[in-house]
Design a protein around this ligand. Structure first.
Ligand code: BES
Ligand code: MN
Ligand code: ZN
Length: 495
């Protein structure tokens, strides 16, 4: 989709479809010039209540111009005071979906609000709604919208357009990796995706460790999860140096399980609301940190950041790790395995420990970690935990601006107690509920004293319904959130 900021008036732009927002009580706001273009017909249409003003209601008006029949799409927005940024994303996504179903390819769309941040939300919602995944289908999906033109937009919006289009491009990059099934989006493919990003930027130093190399570095926990699979595991580390003079670095760690069968603690076909085939999305954390690197590099951010993704399948086999096994993590801590299905924390603990070698200003980890998080928070809030108020606050603020809501869960000592093991330093699951908190408390053991935030996206990465701007349920939640967080960290002097 080509996006253009134009200094023309909306009806001076050649388009198939003109999208015009209408607020409550404003359906008669057209200027005499506008009406002169359409004659009295549009005026009569408006006066007869043809234009619906309620939020997400649509009405169409056809007219002839530029040698064909064109349509005006009046996009109802309801009361102006109640229009939030998230409602802008949603309304704009709704408009895009409708435009697509009309077969419109070239669109002119008026701004829903004069604020540049609202404009970004409008563009985000519109572009995100146009996503579809048809790579593995012989019959491809309907054509995507080819151009989106904004009228009366001054040059100041050019920057917002270039920023937003790069962000959305990276979100789509993450979504494609996520949608790729276990036999396509393998650990090697994810490493290739990271290579592709790194190849375009000399400031990125990429190292992809094999499982043997990871084992040699002492990652006994990651190794144990991976050893049951025939698909070669990868430990991906990408260092981005956009501020060579600065010592500050942020580290982002993403869980990369390309398929989570549960291992010897095999998952059933259906458990609660999740299907085993959805466990191909269990690499969403890894995909999102690589996508974040793509944004940071693409926008030439003057910061230093490291992106780490332990990537493997979790499968049962004669070589697989077993309940009762005791693993030695890179930190030296031994871990008793109670469930091989609590594998995410086992690959992350080595990655988090590895992250400490950078003496980071902060560590963020992101993972589809617990089914309990889906129970607790559903699909519209990412679970958040951490050991540092400043960083947590920055992440919460990022949740508000991105619309990717985060919600803090408690890290109670009482829950940590349940991780005590009879045979090792710690066991990999607790008891007595609060599974998301317990998982967070497990990870906390591996970050030392570094400021750290943990994001559990088990419910938010995919499975979202009834959002116009998230068309097929794959949200790649975390990409926009972590980008906003990174900007907050820069503004707050942390990075
Ligand atoms: N990948 C799953 C978590 C998950 C479940 C993500 C549902 C998305 C939807 C994770 O590896 C897992 O299996 N967790 C277990 C932990 C349990 C054994 C303590 C779970 O949530 O059941
Ligand atoms: Mn699991
Ligand atoms: Zn998992």
């Amino acid at each position: 989709m080509i996006v253009r900021a134009m200094q023309k008036k909306i009806f001076e732009i050649t388009a198939d479809l003109y999208i015009i927002p209408v607020f409550k009580g404003e359906n008669n706001r057209f200027s005499p010039e506008d009406y002169s273009l359409f004659g009295a017909k549009l005026e009569a249409f408006a006066e007869n209540g043809g234009i619906k003003e309620e939020y997400k209601k649509r009405s169409f008006y056809s007219f002839e111009a530029f040698g064909g029949v064109k349509k005006i799409f009046f996009l109802g927005l309801g009361e102006k005071e109640k229009l939030t940024r998230e409602k802008i994303r949603e309304a704009s996504g709704f408009a895009a979906k409708e435009a697509k179903s009309l077969g419109a390819a070239n669109i002119a769309m008026a701004l829903l609000s004069p604020s540049p941040d609202d404009f970004k939300a409008q563009l985000e919602g519109f572009m995100l709604a146009d996503y579809s995944y048809d790579e593995l289908k012989a019959k491809k999906d309907a054509d995507k919208i080819s151009a989106l033109n904004f009228p009366d937009t001054a040059v100041q919006f050019e920057k917002a357009i270039s920023e937003t289009t790069q962000v959305i491009d990276a979100v789509f990059f993450a979504k494609d990796l996520m949608n790729g099934p276990g036999n396509y989006s393998t650990p090697a493919k994810i490493a290739d995706a990271a290579k592709k990003v790194a190849a375009g930027d000399k400031r990125i130093k990429l190292k992809v460790y094999s499982l043997e190399e990871a084992k040699k570095m002492g990652m006994g926990s990651f190794y144990s999860v991976a050893k049951g699979s025939e698909e070669p595991a990868k430990f991906i580390v990408a260092e981005y140096k956009g501020a060579p003079a600065s010592k500050k670095k942020g580290v982002f760690v993403g869980k990369g399980i390309t398929f989570d069968s549960g291992g010897i603690s095999l998952k059933p076909q259906v458990s609660g609301s999740s299907m085993i085939e959805d466990m191909k999305f269990d690499m969403s954390g890894a995909a999102s940190v690589i996508a974040l690197m793509k944004i940071i590099s693409g926008l030439n951010m003057k910061i230093n950041a490291v992106f780490i993704a332990p990537v493997t399948e979790n499968l049962p086999s004669g070589k697989a790790y077993k309940p009762g096994d005791v693993l030695t993590s890179m930190s030296g801590k031994t871990i008793e395995v109670i469930s091989t299905d609590a594998e995410g924390r086992l690959i992350l603990c080595d990655a988090l420990y590895f992250a400490q070698k950078y003496s980071p200003a902060f560590i963020v980890d992101i993972a589809t970690l617990t089914g309990a998080c889906v129970m607790a928070l559903g699909h519209f809030a990412t679970g958040l935990m951490g050991n540092d108020e400043t960083i947590k606050t920055m992440m919460k603020k990022a949740g508000e601006t991105s619309g990717e809501t985060v919600w803090e869960l408690p890290m109670l000592e009482e829950y940590a107690e349940t991780l005590k093991s009879k045979y090792a330093d710690i066991k990999n699951i607790g008891e007595g509920g609060a599974g998301t908190s317990v998982a967070g408390l497990f990870l906390k053991e591996f970050v030392g004293d570094y400021p750290w935030v943990h994001l559990d996206i088990a419910g938010t990465a995919y499975g979202i319904k009834n959002k116009s701007y998230i068309p097929d349920g794959v949200a790649a939640t975390g990409v926009r959130l972590m980008y906003e967080f990174t900007k907050n960290a820069v503004n707050g002097g942390v990075l």
